[in-house]
Design a protein around this ligand. Structure first.
Ligand code: CU
Length: 140
């Protein structure tokens, strides 16, 4: 066993044939809720430079609930569906963006302004917890 392999094993406790995931988060932002509402959507890019992982949940100390949602076209209707978990394949990116996957935020402060930041924690099956600030922005 090489040194780098043993370090990877120590870090994640996984079997030797699957390298650890290396998750990096980009472009994390949340849409400013329209006029006094407390529901919004947050977006980000989850980039994985390592082995396969799974996003299990998201939460925020500034929201009552955060759910993983995806927009899907059903005939001519756009629907939102809840996802219990999201596969993050090895060496790939998963985009959360308007019209697709999003983190549905319930019960955020109703006095947010553009430029504020909201802390979210994402929980990955292998990578553990990753906390990131999402910048509040208007529009797309
Ligand atoms: Cu939604």
């Amino acid at each position: 066993m090489t040194l780098s392999t043993s370090l990877a094993l120590a870090g994640c406790g996984q079997s030797a044939d699957e390298p650890a995931s290396k998750i990096v988060i980009f472009n994390a932002w949340m849409r400013l809720p329209p006029g006094g509402r407390d529901i919004s959507a947050a977006y980000l890019v989850i980039h994985n430079n390592g082995g396969a992982d799974t996003l299990l949940s998201a939460s925020s100390p500034m929201a009552d609930d955060v759910q993983m949602h995806i927009h899907e076209v059903d005939g001519e209707v756009m629907r939102m569906r809840h996802e219990d978990s999201v596969a993050i394949p090895a060496n790939s990116s998963v985009d959360y963006k308007p019209g697709g996957r999003h983190l549905m935020m319930f019960g955020v402060p109703d006095d947010l302004r553009a430029g504020d930041e909201i802390l979210l924690t994402l929980v990955f099956e292998r990578g553990g917890e990753i906390s990131t600030y999402f910048r509040v922005k208007t529009g797309l």
